[in-house]
Write a protein that binds this ligand. Sequence first.
Ligand code: C2O
Length: 546
Amino acid sequence: SRLKMFVDEVPEMPTIRGYRVVNGSYEPAALKIGMFRKDWKFHRDLPPTPVFAYGTSKHTATVPGPTIEAMGGVSTHVTWTNHLPPSHILPWDPTIPTAMPVAKKGIPTVVHLHGMIGGPESDGHAHSWFTNGFRETGPTWTTKTYHYPNVQHPGSLWYHDHAMGLTRVNLLAGLIGSYVIRDPKTESKLRLPSGNEFHRRLVIFDRSFLTNGSIYMNSTGNNPDIHPQWQPEYFGDAIIVNGKAWPRMSVRRRKYRFTVINASNARFFRLFFRNGLRLIHVAADSAYLEKPVVATHTLLAPSEIIDFVVDFSDSRSDSVILANDAPYPYPSGDPVNDANSVVMKFNIRKEREYDTWRVPRTLIKYPSPKLSGAARSRYIAMYEYASAADEPTHLYINGRSFEAPVTEKAKVGTSEVWYVINLTEDNHPLHVHLGLFTVMEQTELVNAEEFKECMNKLNDAMRCHVEKYARGKKIRVLPHEKGWKNVYKMMPGFVTKILVRFAYIHSTQPYVFNATAEPGYVYHCHVSFHYTFLSNLVRHWRSRVM
Ligand code: C2O
């Protein structure tokens, strides 16, 4: 029997301030946030679900974890602590490269603050993991306390686990949370809906459950002789918003702002209001847009963040469903069904109200991307190695594994043009740590098979003359995706040209960090099952020493 929809009110996650107010001024704060094994109610009629949750104590831990509110220019220090039991609540696969404690006890975890501009020692590198009580640590682990400088422009980030081989199961278990950097001086002028009532953060993901409440994960690998448990993707049928399945929210008949984070492992969402209400995009990922962009639908890859205003006074009905129509896997998988096509429901109060919020004509202007200033260009090819015998095909970036030496040595403060060539069947959301990029264009490859053959032999897009093939149809980059992004959808069979700016800092506060230090940063596909399989679709980039 199916769970009833819209019976739980959407919760507001607890917030933790990442700063202190001392005599009217903002001072850095030191937080301690733990990871706990606890039970979580995802739905009124579902028995409690064993989860891993972030929080200041087991009692207060939530799924998703608390929202950390940081202040622009004021440092937040977080000591992330692991209080997890010796064994995992989900099946994990030891045949893929995985963080492995020597004692074979304890669950390796490490926290990445997605979108943060900061030092590599605080970036949550996959090999910087630690177990309960820091009893064991990974090879690149250096510090218990992470430093988040918060010197970048105001915007939305999120934190999630990033441990080698376990990211996918640690995320599924609940290790995710949201983070926001505020800058009251610039943001209050915008007069966008704000405050806890009118600016809501929605963390969305999909899960399946067994009738006893536990998370269901298909744990038979798609090639069980080699990888008994590993599956390239995870899809669940229940859509969870802030830890509740298909919740409802009562709203007043006026403007609201929603920051939506797609925290799914593999599911894309194409969101829209069933009664045609418009979404007015004001930000994407960690940066504001220059101008608001009106749309009826918005497509979110795993880990993308959208931020929009909706004016419920435009609604002709007294309730509206926020729906999803993205096939899974995206774009050529199954169509959505009755369950996963529904996200949540808004019940709108009848009386119209006087609304003090507005959507300004212009938002925040950042330096515009200049192609002419790019230090160099690179080809980044995602493709499947045809491999020996029955091995599943391996997805790699430029044919190299995670452990291979760093090839992308970018200089902090510079920009580069990347041609990302997706020769796989799926859309891979590319995420660059410490970088922001703008999407210039997407061009379809013609005779892709011929090009692929050459790539299998030479593993070099330049020598295979990618330009000869990149001359098919172009896809228009949508206006609300034209700003500075840290994740973007690499269309299968297309070359996506992006301009990456390494350590894009828009700040009045000068800040120096050592980006050249080990272990460096990564860029990768954010389908977290790809991220952890033979490190496919993960590469390092490290700063060149000047
Ligand atoms: Cu959202 Cu490498 O991470």
